[in-house]
Design a protein around this ligand. Structure first.
Ligand code: AMP
Ligand code: ZN
Length: 136
């Protein structure tokens, strides 16, 4: 993809602080980190998000995520780690090349987590399960 910033990183056209790569995935520091060591794991081929990315490539990405998570915990003394993937604009995706965030968390670092808005109303859980399972 010509205009994709992550493809440019893969091709070496723009710089990045790489932490790991293998045949199908690349991991590098996020330019605007939540905490020091915030890393992005991407496929070397251009896929827009989780819907497009083939299952085997998602698995390769998760293998790299696990490797990086252990290294971040040990190397940066992280108290915790968030693993997150934003898919589509409504979910906060800004760069449209599949990526998984691996974010080191430090106790009291001030970054919260999303909170549940409200409990389910009667029947909503059953409806949600039905709607999801129909599409599996
Ligand atoms: P998302 O909202 O999940 O699409 O996140 C995209 C992430 O890419 C953001 O956290 C950005 O800080 C990060 N980012 C954008 N451009 C670069 C770049 N050139 N090098 C490293 N990270 C980048
Ligand atoms: Zn790309």
């Amino acid at each position: 993809m010509d205009n994709c910033i992550f493809c440019k990183i893969i091709k070496g056209e723009i710089p990045a602080h790489k932490v790991y790569e293998d045949k199908t995935t690349l991991a590098f520091l996020d330019i605007s980190p939540v905490n020091i060591g915030h890393t992005l794991v991407i496929p070397k081929e251009h896929y827009i998000n989780i819907y497009e990315t083939p299952e085997n490539i998602m698995m390769d990405m998760m293998k790299t995520v696990k490797k990086i998570s252990h290294a971040i915990k040990k190397g940066l003394d992280a108290d915790g780690i968030n693993v997150a993937m934003n898919n589509e604009g409504a979910a906060g995706q800004v760069v449209f090349h599949s990526h998984i965030h691996v974010i080191p968390r430090i106790k009291n670092d001030g970054f919260g987590l999303w909170h549940g808005k409200r409990p389910y109303k009667k029947g909503e859980e059953e409806m949600a399960v039905k709607k999801i399972t129909q599409k599996l």
